[in-house]
Design a protein around this ligand. Structure first.
Ligand code: GLU
Length: 435
């Protein structure tokens, strides 16, 4: 965008904030296309749709820390609150060297849609730091986390915006965030983040919740397609908290996990990989690279014969380039935003079912909600209660979305957006504009 361009420029019906580059919208551009697809189904609420096309609030912070070698390093941090109509902001924080404002904006918007799709009482938010956490020592990681938390302190809080883990963040990072917020505010505030260690007000079942939700949605979708999980071949991209747990649950249900890709390598075994052994291996080495199995190329990964494909890594993985090669009958999106709109169209034409991220990976935030409720009441539930409630919420949400897809002859993604955006914009309309 040239400096002479007006601060708000319209591109394909969208008014773009001046801080985004119109030629390279990134994940936010994908999200905007998804909103366009749902707008015709919003009836009179379409009057409010522009609300969804811009974040309510986006905070960019400088995160300076002293490195172990005495130098000062500066990292870029973000916290974006996309929509707060239905409740406080909710969504994870990711640490990754490629994090951008466009990405965090899109992720925050997908949280608004996700939280509304499963009907937990939250708006959508997301945060991130542009840093490769693998390049930091543990002490540096702690300093980055604490400084970032102090910088975003002005907009987070148990009733304002509640962060949680995402890519490359975990229970320890949440404990540091909770402690920093609590020290700054002068009282222990467990409800400010979720995904905490059990010893600090964390919830049983939270660690496995996203992967478990992927399995529940995958099982529901398989049943609707008449596909037996037992014996089904599963391919998983990503072997972190989401991919590994989903792979384990499908493996336990009798499916064969025939290929797994992580950030370092791609492993293949047509007879089925030993998922528990791989998890044990990865817990020590931080990757599946070096685990004894056939290595295939990243390109071959997308062509592996299978019934179920689970992208559980980053955005933009299933594209117009590899979508024509995918052999699966269904794609269960463990990651946020793994499929581009062009790839969505190709998969639809090829009759491959896509269970979209906003429902398929909503198990994590659903148990985050349980954690937050337990923290407020200081009364903790059993793991059995948590998993039962998780399964019920996920099944009900999936079945409702399936019905909307059938009734309107649209994809599950558009159906999930219809359900969610209707809820968000109804709340928006009822609240009205103030001041
Ligand atoms: N980062 C997870 C997600 O993308 C969980 C968010 C949360 O629990 O707030 O859904």
């Amino acid at each position: 965008m040239s400096s002479a361009a007006p601060s708000n420029i319209a591109v394909q019906n969208h008014v773009l904030p001046s801080y985004l580059n119109a030629d390279n919208l990134g994940p936010w551009g994908i999200y905007l296309q998804q909103v366009d697809r749902v707008t015709p189904y919003l009836g009179s609420l379409a009057r409010w749709v522009e609300t969804l096309k811009r974040p309510k609030r986006a905070l960019i912070v400088d995160v300076p820390i002293e490195m172990d070698n005495g130098t000062i390093a500066h990292f870029e941090g973000y916290r974006v609150q996309h929509n707060l109509s239905r409740g406080p902001g909710k969504g994870g924080v990711r640490f990754h060297q490629d994090v951008t404002l466009s990405e965090v904006m899109a992720l925050s918007a997908w949280m608004s849609v996700k939280n509304a799709a499963v009907n937990v009482p939250y708006g959508g938010a997301k945060g991130g730091i542009r840093v490769d956490p693998r390049s930091l020592s543990r002490a540096e990681l702690e300093r980055v986390t604490r400084r970032y938390t102090s910088e975003i302190n002005i907009i987070i809080g148990p009733n304002k915006d509640i962060p949680a883990p995402d890519v490359n963040t975990n229970e320890q990072v949440m404990a540091w965030m909770m402690d920093t917020y609590s020290m700054n505010s002068g009282s222990t505030s467990t409800g400010v983040v979720t995904g905490k260690p059990i010893s600090l007000g964390g919830s049983l079942g939270r660690r496995e919740a996203t992967g478990r939700g992927v399995f529940v949605v995958g099982s529901e979708a398989a049943r609707n397609l008449g596909l037996d999980i037992k014996g089904a071949r599963v391919v998983v991209q990503g072997f972190g908290n989401v991919g590994a747990v989903a792979a384990k649950l499908f493996h336990e249900a009798g499916a064969k996990v025939v290929a797994v890709q992580d950030h370092r390598t791609t492993l293949y075994d047509p007879a089925g990989l030993d998922v528990p052994a791989m998890m044990e291996y990865a817990s020590h080495s931080g990757t599946i690279e070096g685990y004894r199995a056939e290595v295939i190329s990243g390109e071959q990964f997308w062509q592996v014969d299978c019934e179920i494909l689970i992208p559980a890594a980053l955005e933009g993985q299933i594209t117009a380039k590899n979508a024509p090669q995918i052999k699966a009958k269904m794609v269960i999106e463990g990651a946020n935003g793994p499929t581009t709109p062009e790839a969505d169209d190709i998969l639809r034409e090829r009759n491959i079912l896509v269970a979209p991220d906003v429902i398929a990976n909503a198990g994590g935030v659903t148990v985050s909600y349980f954690e937050w409720v337990q923290d407020f009441s200081s009364f903790f539930w059993t793991e059995e209660e948590i998993n039962q409630r998780l399964v019920r919420i996920m099944q009900e949400a999936f079945r409702a979305i399936w019905q909307v897809a059938q009734d309107n002859k649209v994809t599950l993604r558009t159906a999930a957006f219809i359900v969610a955006c209707t809820r968000i914009l109804q709340a928006r309309e009822m609240r009205g504009l103030y001041p």
